[in-house]
Design a protein around this ligand. Structure first.
Ligand code: ATP
Ligand code: MG
Length: 202
């Protein structure tokens, strides 16, 4: 049983907490396009980026996706996003994982072609969010110059949000970013012999 004095103490405590919270929220007045990096060894980097794409699409706004390193599998999101028609522009420029192609020249050319698409999308004022999936991998293997990439991202128009995904994000990029999330690999079913599951992995 909760007696009246306990209820009152709780109410007063919560009112105080709300006042602190409201004051803190009121201090945050900046509105800007964010540079977001999803990195780390755990699962969920690309999934989270597509979650943001869905969130943006829900407001009727436009999203661009450029996939730098294309996996073996087609991903379900690509089909699901078709329901949004030309609200979403999707380019898959990767030529497969680097250890699958074993062809450095081709990897560099594919990354360069993907970057050209990014520059096109950055210049399109109708786009609200750009997802640069696995760009970190292309940067890690130096298929693209990190300084050039970061400079272009910094020079984008101020209301454009960009999400970059992939393991091993370079410090030059994370230093320039507004939001960096490191996905931790606490446990993954692959190590228990579970194969990639439809709707979960692809
Ligand atoms: P997802 O696309 O599922 O969000 P991700 O973008 O975080 O994953 P990637 O590095 O792009 O991760 O790798 C994609 C694939 O690798 C997925 O099939 C995922 O399940 C698998 N994977 C991710 N993290 C791990 C891990 N720690 N151990 C084994 N496999 C992993
Ligand atoms: Mg990924």
């Amino acid at each position: 049983m909760i007696d009246d004095s306990e209820a009152e103490r709780h109410r007063a405590k919560m009112a105080k907490r709300k006042a602190v919270q409201d004051a803190e929220v009121a201090q945050k007045t900046i509105e800007k396009g964010l540079l977001i990096v999803n990195t780390g060894p755990g699962k969920g980097k690309t999934t989270a980026a597509f979650g943001l794409a869905l969130r943006m699409l829900g407001y009727g706004r436009r999203v661009g996706v450029v996939q730098f390193i294309k996996g073996k599998w087609h991903t379900g999101e690509k089909d699901a996003f078709k329901a949004f028609g030309d609200q979403l522009i999707w380019y898959s420029m990767g030529e497969g994982f680097t250890w699958e192609t074993q062809d450095l020249k081709r990897d560099v050319a594919a990354a360069e072609a993907a970057w050209m698409k990014v520059e096109e999308l950055i210049a399109d004022p109708s786009i609200s969010l750009l997802v640069l999936d696995e760009l970190n991998i292309a940067l890690r293997y130096d298929y693209l110059d990190v300084d050039r990439v970061v400079a272009a991202l910094k020079e984008r128009r101020e209301d454009l949000h960009v999400v970059v995904t992939g393991r091993n994000a370079k410090p030059t990029l994370t230093e320039a970013a507004d939001l960096v999330t490191e996905m931790g690999a606490t446990k993954h079913h692959f190590s228990a012999g579970v194969k990639a599951q439809q709707g979960i992995e692809f």
